[in-house]
Design a protein around this ligand. Structure first.
Ligand code: NAP
Length: 481
C-alpha cells in the first residue's frame, strides 16, 4: 500500500504528527493508500519553504517561469494514463470521464497560464500634462490553495498554475479524500525543474491543516474551492488578517428548458449536466425547470435516457456513472432522497443503490441516477446542495416564472437556458443571478472567461487575466512631470 508524504521544499517528508489516515477507493471500499495527518507544524514548514523560494522565484523572468510550467504540462501529458487511473481509483469517477475532462484540463491549466503571462500588460496613462501614471502588478508571496475532492487534479492545477505563473510560491492542501494525483503532480513538478519550495503540498484534514493555512500570518492570499459552509470558516479566519480571498463555493444550479428548445440536444446535455461525475460537479444543473407545454414529453425522454446510463466499475471504459466519493457522502445523498419523499416528492426513477454490480465493486458507494418530481421551490430538496446523482424536475408557465424559480435559492453559481429564441435567451440570461449562464450548452469552458459565483456561491472571480489579477497586487506609480 502506498504511503503518501507531504511535499515540502522539494522533498517528500512525513508529517510532524507521525500519524497517517486511510485513503479509500470508493468503488471498492478498500484502503489503497495512507495520507499524512498534517497539522500546523507541517503548514509552518511549508510556508517557511515557500517564503524562502519566493525571493528568487519572484525574480525569475516570465519566459523561464513559462518554460517550466509548459514542461509540467508536457509531463502530465506523458503520464496521462496513469493520472487518469489514479483519479478514477481515488474519487470513484468513471475512467472515461477522467480521460475526457480531468487530465486534459490539468494540462490545459498549465499551458494556459504559462502562455498568459507572456501576454499580460498593465495600463499607463497621463494625468493631463502633469503626471504619468503606470501600474505594476507584483506577486504577493505565499499563496494558500485549498481544493475539494470532486475534480481533484483539475481544480488543484487551476490554482497552482496561475499562482506560480504570476510569481508566487504556494502551499496547497488537497482534499484528504483524494490525495493521489496531487502526490503524483508533486513528483512531476520536481521532474520539470520547478525549484524547491515553489510548490509545496501538505495533505491532511481541513480542520487542522486547512485551518492552519487560512489563519497563517505569512500567507497573504487564499484561493479556496469547496462547500459554502467551509467557505464561511475560511473567510472568518482570513478576514481579521486582511488576506486576499477568492472563494469558489457550492451551487444549486437551474437548467431551464423552453418549449422552443432543440429537445434532442437539451435532453442529451441535461443528462450530462445532471449526472456527470455522479452529479458531483459544482456546476451540475440539479434543478430542471421545463416549460409546461413540453413537460411530459421532455420528462419522458429524460427518464428514458437516465435508465440507459451504465452504472458500474469506474475502471470499465464503458461506465457512465461511478461511485460517490465516500460512504458518509452516499448516506447524505440518500438522506435527501428520503427527505424528498417526506416533502411530498415522487421518485420517478432511481433513489436506491444499484443491484447487480460487478463483484469487484459490490461494496462501493453507488447510487442510481435519481429524478424527483412534485416539489415546490421552497422545499429543502430544492434549496440545498445535494451534490449527488439527484435532479428535480418542475414545470413552469412563463419566462418570468422560470427566472423567479431559478433565483429562488441562496446560491448563484451557474445556469443553463435552452431556447432557439435568442432574444429570450439574452433576456433570461441577464435576469438570472449566477456567475455563468450557458445558452444551449453546459460546461463549455473557455479559460479566458471570468469564473465564480454570486450570492452564497462565492466571492471573486478567477479565470484568464482575472486569475492573474487575483494572484498579483496592483501598484500605481505616479511620476510628476
Ligand atoms: P469542503 O468540505 O468544503 O472541502 C473543501 C476543501 O477544504 C478540502 O480540502 C477540505 O479538507 C478543506 N477544508 C475543510 N474544512 C476546512 C476548514 N475549516 N478550513 C480550511 N479548509 C477546510 O468541500 P468538499 O466536500 O471537498 O467539496 C464539495 C463542495 O465543493 C461542494 O459544495 C461543491 O459545490 C464545491 N465546489 C465548488 C466549485 C466551484 O468552482 N464553485 C468547484 C468544485 C466544488 P478535507 O476534505 O481534506 O478535510
Amino acid at each position: 500500500m502506498k504511503r503518501i508524504l507531504n511535499f515540502i521544499d522539494g522533498q517528500f517528508r512525513p508529517p510532524c504528527s507521525g500519524r497517517y489516515l486511510p485513503n479509500l477507493n470508493p468503488a471498492t471500499g478498500q484502503v489503497i493508500a495512507e495520507i499524512p495527518e498534517s497539522g500546523p507544524e507541517d503548514i509552518d514548514a511549508a510556508v517557511a519553504a515557500a517564503s524562502r523560494a519566493f525571493e528568487s522565484w519572484r525574480r525569475t523572468p516570465a519566459e523561464e517561469r513559462s518554460r517550466l510550467l509548459i514542461r509540467v504540462a508536457e509531463l502530465i501529458e506523458e503520464n496521462f494514463d496513469e493520472l487518469a487511473q489514479l483519479e478514477s481509483e481515488d474519487s470513484g469517477k468513471p475512467i472515461a470521464l477522467a480521460r475526457r475532462i480531468d487530465v486534459p484540463r490539468a494540462i490545459h491549466n498549465f499551458r494556459f497560464f504559462a502562455t498568459a503571462i507572456l501576454h499580460a500588460e498593465t495600463p499607463c496613462h497621463m494625468t493631463d500634462d502633469r503626471a504619468l501614471n503606470y501600474t505594476i502588478r507584483q506577486p504577493l508571496g505565499v499563496a494558500g490553495l485549498i481544493s475539494p475532492w470532486n475534480l481533484p487534479l483539475y481544480l488543484l492545477t487551476w490554482k497552482i498554475a496561475p499562482a506560480i505563473a504570476a510569481g508566487n510560491c504556494c502551499v496547497a492542501k488537497p482534499s484528504e479524500l483524494t490525495p493521489l494525483t496531487a502526490d503524483r503532480l508533486a513528483e512531476l513538478t520536481l521532474e520539470a525543474g520547478i525549484p524547491p519550495g515553489v510548490v509545496n503540498i501538505v495533505h491532511g484534514p481541513g480542520g487542522s491543516a486547512g485551518r492552519a493555512l487560512t489563519s497563517h500570518p505569512n500567507v497573504p492570499l487564499i484561493s479556496f474551492t469547496g462547500g459554502t459552509k467551509t467557505g464561511a470558516d475560511v473567510m472568518a479566519r482570513a478576514g481579521p488578517l486582511f488576506k486576499k480571498v477568492s472563494l469558489e463555493l457550492g451551487g444549486k444550479n437551474p437548467n431551464i428548458v423552453f418549449a422552443d428548445a432543440d429537445l434532442e440536444q437539451a435532453v442529451a446535455t441535461s443528462i450530462q449536466s445532471s449526472f456527470a461525475n455522479q452529479g458531483e460537479i459544482c456546476l451540475c444543473g440539479s434543478r430542471l425547470f421545463i416549460e409546461k407545454t413540453i413537460y411530459e414529453e421532455f420528462v419522458d425522454r429524460f427518464l428514458g435516457a437516465t435508465k440507459k446510463l451504465r452504472i458500474g466499475d469506474p475502471q470499465d471504459a464503458s461506465t457512465d456513472v461511478g461511485a460517490l466519493v465516500s460512504e458518509p457522502h452516499l448516506r447524505k445523498v440518500e438522506g435527501y432522497v428520503e427527505l424528498a419523499r417526506e416533502e411530498g416528492g415522487t421518485i420517478l426513477v432511481g433513489g436506491k443503490r444499484p443491484e447487480n454490480l460487478p463483484e469487484r465493486v459490490q461494496d462501493g458507494y453507488f447510487l442510481e441516477p435519481t429524478v424527483i418530481a412534485g416539489l415546490d421551490c421552497q422545499r429543502r430538496v430544492m434549496q440545498e446542495e445535494i451534490f449527488g446523482p439527484v435532479v428535480t424536475v418542475t414545470p413552469f408557465d412563463s419566462p418570468e416564472d422560470a427566472i423567479a424559480y431559478a433565483n429562488s435559492t441562496r446560491y448563484g453559481l451557474s445556469a443553463s437556458v435552452w431556447t432557439q429564441d435568442l432574444q429570450k435567451a439574452h433576456r433570461v440570461a441577464a435576469a438570472i443571478e449566477t456567475g455563468t449562464v450557458w445558452v444551449n450548452t453546459w460546461l463549455l469552458r473557455d479559460l479566458r472567461v471570468p469564473f465564480g459565483g454570486m450570492k452564497e456561491s462565492g466571492v471573486g472571480r478567477e479565470g484568464g487575466f482575472e486569475s492573474l489579477d487575483f494572484f498579483t497586487e496592483a501598484k500605481n506609480v505616479c511620476v510628476k512631470l
